[in-house]
Design a protein around this ligand. Structure first.
Ligand code: DAH
Length: 339
């Protein structure tokens, strides 16, 4: 048998590709789409399949190039099919009124995907899970004890100002409940109910009456991390954050601590991560303050731990190159489709 020349193999592919592009572009209904799918991409007697068979007839030396050509053409034709599917699905809009002919071939429903923030949350949970941190939830409606007092945020602290919180008209005892302003509440809830050693993360919504702009929104998400084990130090904290950042972003991400203050940690730091050559502030962290350990009934002389809180929107915005966090909540499919 004489070998098939590479040129004619490629020319056949080009012709097929041209025919397929024209066909899928002109297609006007689901039945025609299905007919063209079978004609071009059918697994048994499709035209692409026929060319694939002749791949075996190429000279051995031509096979790698032929294979590449074939894959390119296949991808291009598949993309044409998908574009036609998407176009028809869009044109179909909603369900037509009147009778439905159930014998007609169905139109493919374009598959969506999870929201970029949900994807970020799941990925954080997965990475932290590998480091031994269990993912737990806490309530979004909180009391003063869990949102402030047990975290050593005293009654006079400005963080408790009614202008900075969504207090509810509902009270438990003398204290009004509120929409939690931070996920640090979950640290308290977990420590109150369990004994060390503990490694948990909690990801969820928090609420503050901020005016919406490119970096603020009245509702956003935080990652809270907590580790309580004898002998815990700041270097453990930094290692965990660095491992997390490196896994999340890929590559070797540097983490920097700057001195700061939070009522519930001592010492406290701001956490920066180096992202694409730029240092970005990601949140706060520190060693759990002895007052907090006492508030939950632990002995501060016997146990220590660290905590950190990072902004999910910040992480997602950096990861996906989004410069206005409001885009995450608009649910404009043109934005969401990009991820
Ligand atoms: N809860 C803090 C906030 O919302 C963030 C934070 C700082 C959490 C330090 C922590 C921490 O666990 O240790 O601004």
């Amino acid at each position: 048998m004489t070998a098939v020349p590479l040129e004619s193999f490629c020319a056949d592919l080009e012709r097929l590709r041209g025919d397929a592009e024209a066909a899928f572009q002109s297609v006007a209904d689901a039945a025609a789409l299905e007919a063209f799918r079978v004609e071009f991409l059918g697994a048994r007697s499709g035209r692409l399949k026929a060319i694939q068979k002749s791949l075996g007839g190429l000279e051995v030396a031509d096979k790698p190039a032929g294979g590449r050509y074939f894959n390119d053409a296949k991808n291009a034709i598949t993309a044409c099919l998908e574009a036609a599917q998407a176009r028809l699905a869009e044109a179909a809009g909603g369900v037509e009124t009147g009778s439905i002919d159930v014998t007609l071939p169905g139109t493919l429903v374009p598959l969506g995907h999870v929201h970029p923030l949900t994807r970020t949350i799941r990925r954080v949970q997965e990475i932290m899970g590998r480091l031994g941190f269990e993912s737990v939830d806490g309530p979004e409606v909180e009391d003063q004890w869990h949102n402030f007092e047990a975290l050593a945020i005293s009654a006079e602290h400005p963080a408790r100002d009614p202008l900075d919180n969504f207090y509810l008209a509902v009270a438990r005892g003398a204290d009004p409940l509120l929409l939690r302003s931070q996920t640090s509440t979950v640290q308290i809830r977990v420590m109150e109910n369990r004994e060390p050693p503990l490694r948990i993360v909690s990801l969820g919504r928090v609420y503050r009456p901020d005016t919406a702009d490119a970096t603020h929104y009245p509702m956003f998400h935080q990652v809270e991390g907590l580790l309580v084990e004898p002998g815990t130090t700041m270097s453990h904290l930094k290692s965990v954050l660095r491992l997390f950042a490196s896994s999340f972003l890929g590559g070797d991400v540097r983490v920097r601590f700057r001195p700061s203050f939070f009522p519930f940690t001592e010492p406290s730091v701001e956490v920066d991560m180096e992202w694409g050559g730029r240092w970005v502030e990601m949140g706060g962290a520190g060693m759990i303050d002895p007052a907090v350990l006492e508030a939950v009934g632990y002995d501060p002389d016997a146990i220590s731990g660290f905590a950190f809180g990072l902004g999910v929107e910040r992480i997602a915005a950096r990861r996906y190159g989004v410069d206005d966090i409001r885009d995450f909540y608009r649910n404009d499919v043109r934005f969401l489709r990009q991820f």
